[in-house]
Design a binder for this molecule. Structure first.
Ligand SMILES: *Cc1c(COP(=O)(O)O)cnc(C)c1O
Length: 340
């Protein structure tokens, strides 16, 4: 029985659900892991996650389909990315099977909170890997916690797909050229809070970050990846070692080529050459596909398709991607994991 929540008006907010998964790494190995009703972590005050940012996270969603079943979208890709992030921060990997099993257990245990089909709402899963224990020197931890918790979140676009405007930031970077930009770690987000605040306070949805080495190319859109549709029908996304590799972005690169006949291109997106695009958007699990209306860079304001209307290719990509995620459209093999 699904609980009674105002599904249509959910935002992106923490909601304490009955169960979360917790596993502990000690003496070089992970324990079995189990569901718990305790939503509070009890960790050493000297945990490296707290002092030196030795932590990583993931984000994925469970979708309710028309027939009432529940499914995950490419959780193996989230597992693989968490493993790459773990390598970068000298943390132990969470094996793919353990990761997917943890996600499924959390969805099943909280199934009453998976939003009904047709509301656009989903169950957002937040896997978290943190270094804990009594370590005060700058060393990797000996012990780790892997937890997965969940909460229902609303449709990102309540009134339908809507373009918004973004601020291109020259004064702040979210990542360094050879830093941790490609790792999904809290440290990158700590660096982004102030520029994000500046963008919000000046009427923009979020920041567009430039490549940290030269500040001439678009890299990231807040916590989403950038894509543009060029006038000669290419689906273009920036290629850089400091971008967080978005699973949504790789999925769109595939769908743009195989379903819409666009040419997939990963390459430079110079800020002085935005006229080559007829549409642009931001993509990620939370944002899905957010059309970009205009971008402000210094005194220059550039509009892609329109500040009020969604471009036709952006809309097609959105319908296709969400169709696959909610089970209405058959996706490529291996993208959907049923939670039974
Ligand atoms: C998580 C994240 C994204 C989106 O990745 P998805 O796998 O598509 O959800 C994009 N940029 C940043 C900085 C992120 O942390």
């Amino acid at each position: 029985m699904t609980v009674d929540l105002d599904w249509e008006n959910l935002g992106f907010e923490y909601h304490k659900l009955p169960y979360r998964y917790l596993s502990y790494y000690k003496d070089g190995k992970w324990d079995e892991g189990k569901l718990t009703e305790d939503a509070t972590l009890h960790i050493s005050e000297s945990s490296p996650a707290l002092h030196y940012g030795q932590q990583a996270f993931e984000g994925l969603k469970a979708y309710r389909t028309k027939d009432g079943s529940v499914q995950l979208f490419r959780p193996d890709q989230n597992a693989a990315r968490l493993q790459r992030t773990a390598d970068r921060l000298l943390m132990p990997q969470v094996p793919t099977d353990k990761f997917i099993d943890a996600c499924k257990q959390v969805v099943k245990a909280n199934e009453d909170y998976v939003p009904p089909y047709g509301t656009g709402a989903t169950l957002y899963l937040r896997p978290l890997l943190i270094g804990v224990g009594d370590v005060i020197g700058v060393h990797p931890a000996d012990e780790y916690i892997f937890t997965v918790f969940a909460m229902p979140v609303g449709n990102y676009f309540k009134g339908g797909l809507q373009p918004t405007n973004f601020l291109i930031q020259d004064d702040y970077d979210r990542a360094a050229p050879h830093g941790t930009g490609a790792a999904k770690v809290g440290g990158n987000y700590a660096a982004s809070l102030m520029p994000g605040d500046i963008a919000h306070n000046t009427g923009f949805s979020d920041v567009i970050y430039l490549d940290p080495a030269t500040h001439t190319k678009i890299e990231e859109v807040g916590s989403a990846n950038f894509f543009g549709i060029s006038k000669d029908d290419e689906f273009v996304t920036p290629l850089s070692p400091s971008i967080l590799p978005s699973i949504t972005k790789y999925s769109l690169l595939y769908l743009a080529e195989h379903n819409l006949g666009l040419k997939p291109v990963q390459g430079d997106v110079f800020i002085d050459d935005l006229d080559r695009f007829k549409e642009a958007g931001a993509c990620g699990t939370a944002a899905v596909i957010s059309p970009i209306g205009g971008v402000q860079h210094g005194d220059n304001f550039h509009v892609f398709y329109s500040e009020t209307e969604v471009g036709p290719i952006t809309r097609k990509l959105y319908d296709l991607l969400t169709g696959i995620q909610f089970g209405d459209v058959e996706g490529p093999e291996g993208w959907i994991y049923k939670v039974d």
